[in-house]
Design a protein around this ligand. Structure first.
Ligand SMILES: Cc1cc2nc3c(=O)[nH]c(=O)nc-3n(C[C@H](O)[C@H](O)[C@H](O)COP(=O)(O)OP(=O)(O)OC[C@H]3O[C@@H](n4cnc5c(N)ncnc54)[C@H](O)[C@@H]3O)c2cc1C
Length: 352
């Protein structure tokens, strides 16, 4: 059957599709490809597009790199055009709605670039006003390419655990015992879980599933594999967590939320309700309790901490007292907030 059109475009890669979009402004387009429409190198190219964005970068260096990589096969005049027009073409793609991941701009040669350098990065939306937040969000999104998850705890560029914390971490990891680990909404409460997983601590992390299903699925997909096993809070979660502890694993959770059916604790001199789950697990399994946090430092850096064992409060029979132990844990959280009040980011009605 004959097909009529004004334009015939061959290939459904990025070049063909851009061409088809442009031609469609002027007439009818038929796009012919040798396979299914998505089948193209463009679909598999996920490493980003190298282009000159920073004032510290230069067309000359990109041209030199490309010629060197081409090892004599490149025509210099073609390389010049491709490199010099690169930023404009990337802007075209952004204008068309291409959703670039920003990681390549955030880390250069494996190092974190300064926040100033992020300013000119295209596609950095208003939702990411704080360069540090952007850096960490992106770092978490791509564990293979950032220094957080390098696996070398002594050479992380921007998280320093210090010898005491490393020693404690290794003890918790290697002592063959389970442990419960609490955190609070301070600075960045996801990094400790990422570090722990990257350094081989066998952990199970309790999380609250976001209300929007699609977002929840995306968040979980993003974090799976970089944060230990994630267990959504549910009626069955306590049993799952207890089983994990029985197997000698480590269970981590945030403890500074209001929990209406919880136990009463004093936090900053006022009564509030705390979720007793972590103390109940410690009581059930008789395992050590540690806290963990990171502290934001100037220059996009963090100090990481795993606390010494928090001594649980015990009842007359010597068993862990849940309410008393939750108070002991809450006191640690309060001391963290007092130390860096500006880093407590849990904006909800804690006292009600
Ligand atoms: C695994 C991989 C990773 C890559 N990573 C990166 C990266 O990180 N950054 C980067 O800048 N570049 C990367 N590249 C290179 C990049 O993919 C290409 O430079 C770019 O996609 C080329 O776009 P294109 O539209 O010219 O070709 P393609 O995307 O390859 O599209 C060619 C199209 O032509 C069709 N076609 C071919 N022959 C015929 C025919 N005879 N008849 C009809 N149709 C035909 C194909 O089916 C396809 O639809 C990568 C390439 C691969 C394969």
């Amino acid at each position: 059957m004959p097909v009529e059109s004004d334009f015939l475009v061959l290939g459904s890669g990025i070049a063909g599709l851009i061409c088809a979009l442009r031609c469609a402004r002027a007439g009818r387009v038929v796009l012919v490809t040798k396979d299914r429409l998505p089948e193209s190198s463009s679909r598999y190219a996920q490493g980003g597009i190298a282009s000159v964005w920073s004032p510290e970068d230069s067309f000359e260096s990109h041209i030199a790199d490309t010629l060197a990589a081409g090892d004599g096969l490149c025509h210099r005049d073609t390389v010049e055009v491709v490199v010099r027009e690169g930023p404009e073409r990337v802007r075209d793609l952004i204008a068309l709605g291409t959703n670039f991941d920003l990681l390549a701009e955030v880390f250069r040669d494996g190092n974190l670039v300064g926040s100033g350098e992020l300013d000119g990065v295209p596609g950095v939306g208003p939702g990411f006003n704080n360069a540090k937040e952007r850096v960490i969000a992106l770092a978490l999104a791509s564990p293979g390419t950032d220094p957080i998850c390098s696996g070398d705890r002594y050479n992380r560029n921007f998280i320093d655990y210090g010898p005491d914390n490393i020693e404690r971490f290794l003890r918790v990891k290697d002592d063959g015992k389970p442990a419960v680990i609490f955190a609070a909404h301070l600075a960045n409460w996801e990094l400790p879980a990422v570090i722990a997983a990257s350094d081989g601590l066998d952990s199970v992390v309790l999380y609250r599933r976001p209300n929007l299903g699609a977002i929840a699925d995306a968040v979980i997909a993003l974090r799976r594999g970089i944060m230990g096993d994630l267990v959504a809070s549910s009626m069955g979660a306590p049993v799952t967590l207890a089983r994990a502890l029985e197997q000698g694993r480590h269970v981590a959770m945030l403890v500074d939320q209001h929990y209406g059916r919880g136990v009463e604790v004093t936090f900053f001199g006022r009564k509030c309700m705390a979720n007793p789950l972590i103390a109940m697990l410690a009581r059930e399994i008789e395992c050590p309790i540690h806290g963990t946090r990171v502290i934001r430092l100037p220059g996009n850096r963090f100090a990481g901490e795993i606390s010494p064992e928090v001594a649980p409060v015990r009842d007359a029979e010597g068993r862990i007292d849940v309410a008393g132990t939750m108070q002991a844990i809450t006191a640690v959280v309060e001391s963290w907030v007092r130390e860096h009040p500006e880093q407590w980011l849990w904006l909800h009605r804690r006292w009600r």
